[in-house]
Design a protein around this ligand. Structure first.
Ligand SMILES: Cc1cc2nc3c(=O)[nH]c(=O)nc-3n(C[C@H](O)[C@H](O)[C@H](O)COP(=O)(O)OP(=O)(O)OC[C@H]3O[C@@H](n4cnc5c(N)ncnc54)[C@H](O)[C@@H]3O)c2cc1C
Length: 419
């Protein structure tokens, strides 16, 4: 488990760090140790970073890791709003290492998936992370390269590599403002070198030169609060899973996927063996009434108003009305989902399944109601926009592709910010 850094009260007020002391001779905290915000009654320069990555999911952590491995002299911090890392999309998914067979040949998604799957297998082998290459049967196509893994475990391992290379992970840091440092004489020196101030909901702040945002379900809001483009908006799509009762697990030996509907980025309800031996069926794709709303009745008026007023959701609904109604119907009535699953395994009955957990996909949607399929980078203009790279859309299979995506992000950061 990565030692999560938490706010503790130090000699000079609120400080970042669960392990005071432990500094290496290079002036950095020892690997895995935290870095206090304040030292000796004055703001410590160590609260400033060359690069800050917002979002401690698999994409943010892989990117932070790639950046520090390429640029060991830079100070890099990851800011995560939760007390633990990788608990949203990264901790709520099917855990499939996709082979890339699904995606349009030559598309970025297909390329990153193929590269990413090879890199994930290699990484898991190196780090001793368990995975199974159990294959996929897609109607008559057998795809033995597909595998399964626990992506949260992979993400935590990325965080460990990052910290061991001298990076800092600050949890419980929910970013609320991103702005230019004011010309304040008491911190003008830092203000020059680190012109961006990132403040959290508790009023605590870090300063930095450059920012990379990988905020998943909040990627549009983070972009907006930095003064950059709020579009494309994120529309949360919940995916509910069913669980096959243990006595029926013998029915499923590998991943079984339907032929995907090319109009949507969702892969359709599938059978997925998990690393713990259980079998999950799903996920479906229904509109969630709350970002990070994992239960059907979780509701946020702001989230709903945002998608209705500010995104192309209404257009999407009109264009795909019957698909939406069908998905909602299957979410409500297990027998409808089971009927669909029986196309693949006729023996399955309603009494063989239980309702399971759910995940919420951060799906970018443009104003015309088009689901954004590919990975999107975005920056902005002006003093802040020129120093920010937003990762706007990292949909499935971004967990499979995370190491390939992180390489691309590191290239983009190097090129944009001339590191
Ligand atoms: C149901 C489902 C099934 C899937 N199945 C697969 C699969 O089988 N294989 C596959 O490859 N991919 C799959 N995916 C996709 C994959 O899980 C995601 O593409 C990937 O996890 C995205 O990672 P991320 O880091 O971008 O997002 P996340 O893991 O959501 O991380 C974003 C982080 O940003 C943080 N954050 C947000 N706002 C703030 C803020 N203001 N301040 C600080 N931190 C903030 C969040 O707390 C979060 O930790 C699936 C996704 C879902 C939902």
């Amino acid at each position: 488990m990565v030692p999560a850094l938490r706010y503790i009260r130090g000699a000079c007020g609120p400080a970042l760090g669960g392990f005071p002391g432990g500094f290496s001779s290079a002036g950095r905290p020892a690997p895995g140790r935290s870095w206090p915000l304040c030292q000796g009654g004055r703001p410590a320069s160590t609260r400033s970073f060359d690069v800050v990555v917002i979002g401690g999911g698999i994409v943010g952590l892989a990117s932070a890791r790639a950046l520090i491995l390429r640029h060991p002299a830079l100070s890099i911090g990851v800011l995560e709003k939760e007390k633990d890392l990788a608990i949203h999309q990264t901790g709520h998914n099917s855990g499939v290492i996709h082979s890339g067979i699904y995606y349009k040949p030559e598309s970025l998604k297909a390329k990153l998936c193929v590269q990413g799957a090879a890199l994930i297998y290699e990484y898991c082998k190196q780090k001793g992370i368990s995975y199974k290459q159990c294959g996929k049967g897609l109607m008559a196509i057998d795809c033995p390269y597909t595998g399964i893994v626990d992506y949260r475990q992979v993400a935590l391992s990325f965080a460990k590599d990052f910290q061991e290379a001298g990076g800092f992970v600050l949890t419980n840091f929910e970013v609320k403002d991103i702005e230019l440092a004011k010309e304040n004489p008491s911190r003008s020196k830092d203000g020059m070198k680190y012109p961006i101030v990132i403040r959290n909901t508790k009023g605590e702040e870090v300063q930095c030169q450059y920012v990379v945002t990988c905020a998943g379900l909040y990627s549009d809001r983070i972009s907006e609060l930095s003064g950059c483009n709020p579009d494309p908006r994120i529309v949360p799509f919940r995916g509910d899973y069913l669980i096959l009762k243990p006595e029926k697990c013998y029915l499923v030996k590998g991943n079984i996927y339907p032929v995907p509907d090319s109009r949507f980025p969702f892969l359709g309800v599938h059978f997925t063996p998990r690393m713990d031996g259980s079998i999950w069926l799903g996920p479906n794709a229904v509109l969630a009434f709350k970002r990070e709303g994992y239960r059907p009745f979780d509701f946020s008026a702001r989230d709903i108003m945002d998608v209705i007023i500010k995104s192309g959701l209404i257009k999407l609904v009109f264009q795909n009305f019957s698909y939406g109604v069908n998905e909602m119907y299957k979410a409500c009535f297990l027998s409808a989902t089971v009927k669909h699953l029986q196309k693949f395994i006729p023996e399955i009955t309603v009494s063989d399944i239980l309702r399971g957990p759910a995940g919420v996909r951060a799906q970018a949607l443009d104003r015309d109601g088009n689901l954004v399929e590919d990975f999107v980078f975005d920056g902005g203009v002006g003093d802040i926009g020129n120093r920010i790279l937003h990762v706007r859309n990292a949909p499935s299979p971004a967990a499979t592709s995370s190491l390939a995506i992180s390489g691309m992000i590191a290239d983009e950061v190097q090129q944009r910010f001339k590191l």
